[in-house]
Write a protein that binds this ligand. Structure first.
Ligand SMILES: Nc1ncnc2c1ncn2[C@@H]1O[C@H](COP(=O)(O)OP(=O)(O)OP(=O)(O)O)[C@@H](O)[C@H]1O
Ligand SMILES: [Mg+2]
Length: 249
């Protein structure tokens, strides 16, 4: 019988970002931020639509809070500033690629400034359901300039860990259909005219986004996690990796 891997113990409550790993921005950053004071942890879970990000983040929150860490969750289109307007704009297809990109960048910047940075200052564990990489991957697929995107997202803080849940396209379709009963216009890349059939477009679009992620992985270090496994297996793997990162191993 295969031996079952033991789940790691709770993350010790006194863990803060190791003093040796100084926090940094990817580029120019935001003005007036004292990086030394950002003592919390910044963890990103990336992955395609329906890859299991919310499932894993909910479990991580339970684990972290259970071991005495305050947690804060951040995600795309969650900013108080523009999330409603962005949602409204996406009910049609009226924005140019650049304008839509900047709309998402604004949503990101607002959360970074008003939620992520204050929470890190308070010593919380910040869990991001997607980060700049999804935004960049989507924009790269739409033909936007890579250097321009890297400069734009130079405002972002470098996370302590980035996990990319890698799920095969056929399993992604199954999970999306099981959850929502239909595919989403934008997550199927229907704006790109890849196919009139949404199912076909979804597969083509997700393959392009995965290719863009592989390109980004060469530029930004993130860890690919096999998301095809059971929820429990992925969960145990993420806990182990986060424990190692936060304990400075
Ligand atoms: N490891 C797994 N094995 C099987 N099913 C899973 C797994 N992880 C998540 N699911 C199921 O797949 C569906 C999508 O999961 P979830 O909502 O966590 O994904 P998501 O990446 O947050 O999706 P979205 O992009 O829509 O926010 C849900 O029905 C969930 O129960
Ligand atoms: Mg989700």
């Amino acid at each position: 019988m295969p031996t079952k891997k033991k789940a790691p113990p709770p993350l010790p409550a006194n863990i803060v970002v190791p003093k040796t790993s100084r926090r940094r921005f990817y580029g120019h950053g935001l003005p007036g931020v004292d990086l030394e004071r950002l003592t919390g942890g910044l963890i990103v879970v990336e992955g395609a639509d329906g890859s299991g990000r919310s499932t894993q983040i909910a479990r991580l929150v339970e684990w972290l809070e259970g071991s005495g860490h305050a947690t804060v969750q951040v995600g795309l289109k969650h900013s108080a500033l523009v999330s409603e307007e962005l949602d409204r704009a996406q009910q049609g297809n009226i924005l140019s690629h650049t304008t839509l990109s900047l709309f998402y960048a604004t949503d990101f910047a607002d959360q970074l400034e008003n939620l992520v940075i204050p929470s890190l200052k308070a010593g919380s564990m910040v869990l991001c359901d997607r980060y700049i990489y999804t935004l960049m991957a989507r924009d790269l697929v739409r033909g936007m300039d890579e250097d321009w995107l890297r400069s734009l997202y130079g405002i972002a803080l470098i996370p302590d860990a980035v996990f990319y849940l890698n799920v095969s396209p056929d399993i992604l379709v199954q999970r999306n259909l099981a959850k929502k009963k239909c595919l989403d216009y934008w997550e199927s890349g229907m704006d790109l005219g890849l196919s009139r059939d949404m199912f076909d477009s979804f597969l083509k679009y997700q393959a392009l986004v995965q290719k863009a992620f592989r390109r980004l992985q060469a530029l930004y270090e993130f860890e690919v996690v096999d998301g095809n496994r059971s929820m429990d297996e992925v969960d145990a793997d993420l806990r182990r990796k986060i424990t190692a990162v936060m304990m400075g191993k």
